[in-house]
Design a protein around this ligand. Structure first.
Ligand SMILES: *Cc1c(COP(=O)(O)O)cnc(C)c1O
Length: 420
């Protein structure tokens, strides 16, 4: 793509954008003067689709008029409500419908998956993760290691970039697995690192892990709805994600889990069980013997949080309508444009640490502010730009293909230049 550093070019790109109509379907925060903010924070909390409220209201109405009968009656009864989310969700992560379930929140799902898939034994007890993974993931894996009576120091292997580098090289990840794989029980990494914006080669990591007898799972919090995913074909054992970031389900939204179908009927896998994971036909017979549903749904514990499921419907339908392929196509152009424009700023104060190879990133660019004290971030905020800051020195800028425009990217960089 040949980009140009002018507003006319940005407007022309918006004109040609097949997804330009989506922006109008989201509610955008305003500045104190009443102007639209430039919202580049979909990596943290996606915007509210204007139709999200009516999905939630339908549940409130059914609750009002039907009360307990809402579980089985009405247009969309609550007992099977979560099943309505699985088809579209599975297309976003590249899975079969039966491999995906919406339940709980992300860290809870990560723990539930590790109950099943982290089975340390003497000699094969380690977890491999990227160093500086999202804190919740670090706490989760460390506490699992301790829970099983192993010590964290010896059993947590962390992948670190080479000295002087910021990103992990795929060859180094694969080599580590090749060398130490025999002692690794579980490889559990982010699919897309929240800090650097780097997408890891999940296919190759899964293959390498399996060839050494390791179980392989991914936290897709930043990858889902952002990067191409093909969980089924890659053969990933399990994955978990939240939906309030790129998938716009709202604060504290319902989370997702993927369990590869080859594990669905395995009676030897332990799990924490609850009545919502029990065989649907006989759930209400209240039998004392647990019979798991032979799909990812078998990992559910509780009846679903219907209001959270409802607030996800609007965005999920938009993703399904647009499709990940066209989102990804726009995303590469949009983020490519951001990268191009930042490159035109003559300054030594900032550098992009996210990979420049589009295949190794999603929509986010992480911009390191050299010698920074967060003042740049505040200055941008003053001008109506919402990004986010990650200590010690990075501003994460995420133009999402669903609701951001080339014009916003252009205006953002003009303001950034000014603030510098
Ligand atoms: C956002 C995020 C979380 C947040 O976890 P919650 O359980 O939803 O609070 C965890 N891990 C990663 C990698 C994230 O990006």
């Amino acid at each position: 793509m040949k980009y140009s550093n002018t507003l006319e070019f940005a407007l022309e790109m918006d004109q040609k954008d097949p997804l330009r109509g989506m922006k109008k379907q989201f509610l955008n925060p305003k500045t104190p003067e009443g102007k639209d903010c430039i919202y580049f924070c979909g990596n943290s909390l996606g915007l509210q689709p204007s139709s999200a409220r009516s999905w939630v209201e339908r549940i409130m109405n059914d609750w009002e008029t039907r009360a307990v009968e809402g579980h089985f009656k009405g247009d969309e009864p609550w007992v099977p409500y979560h099943e309505r989310l699985a088809p579209a969700m599975s297309r976003i992560v590249g899975a079969r419908e039966e491999e995906v379930v919406l339940m709980n929140s992300l860290t809870v799902n990560l723990h539930l998956m590790m109950v099943t898939f982290y089975r340390p034994i003497t000699g094969r007890s380690k977890i491999l993760i990227e160093k500086n993974a999202f804190p919740s993931d670090q706490y989760a894996v460390k506490s699992q290691i301790e829970f099983h009576g192993f010590n964290v120091e010896e059993n947590l292997l962390e992948l670190e970039p080479r000295s002087g580098e910021t990103l992990l090289r795929t060859e180094d990840i694969l080599q580590r697995i090749e060398k130490e794989g025999e002692e690794i029980a579980l490889i559990m990494m982010g699919g897309l690192n929240y800090y650097t914006g780097q997408v890891y080669d999940m296919k190759k990591i899964t293959e390498a892990g399996h060839s050494r007898g390791c179980t392989v799972g991914f936290d897709l919090a930043h990858a889902v709805g952002n990067a191409p995913l093909n969980l089924h074909d890659w053969g990933v054992d399990f994955a978990v994600w939240c939906t309030y970031k790129y998938l716009n389900s709202g604060p504290g939204g319902i989370a997702g889990a993927f369990v590869h179908e080859r594990h669905h009927k395995d009676q030897n896998l332990p799990r924490f069980a609850g009545w919502w994971g029990h065989d649907k036909e006989n759930r209400f017979l209240m039998d004392e013997h647990f019979v798991p549903i032979p799909t990812a749904e078998g990992w559910q514990l509780s009846c679903g949080p219907i209001l959270l499921e409802a607030s996800f419907r609007a965005s999920l339908e938009m993703f399904d309508e647009v499709g990940m392929e066209s989102l990804r196509r726009k995303s590469q152009l949009l983020t490519g444009y951001l990268e191009f424009l930042i490159g035109k700023i003559e300054t030594e104060k900032i550098e992009i640490i996210t990979p420049s190879d589009p295949a190794q990133r999603g929509c986010q660019l992480s911009v390191r502010v050299i010698g920074s004290d967060k003042s740049l971030f505040h200055a941008l905020h003053q001008k109506g730009i919402i990004t986010d800051w990650r200590e010690p020195d990075v501003i994460r800028v995420a133009p999402t293909p669903m609701y951001n425009s080339f014009e916003e990217v252009f205006r953002f960089v003009a303001i950034l230049k000014n603030c510098l």
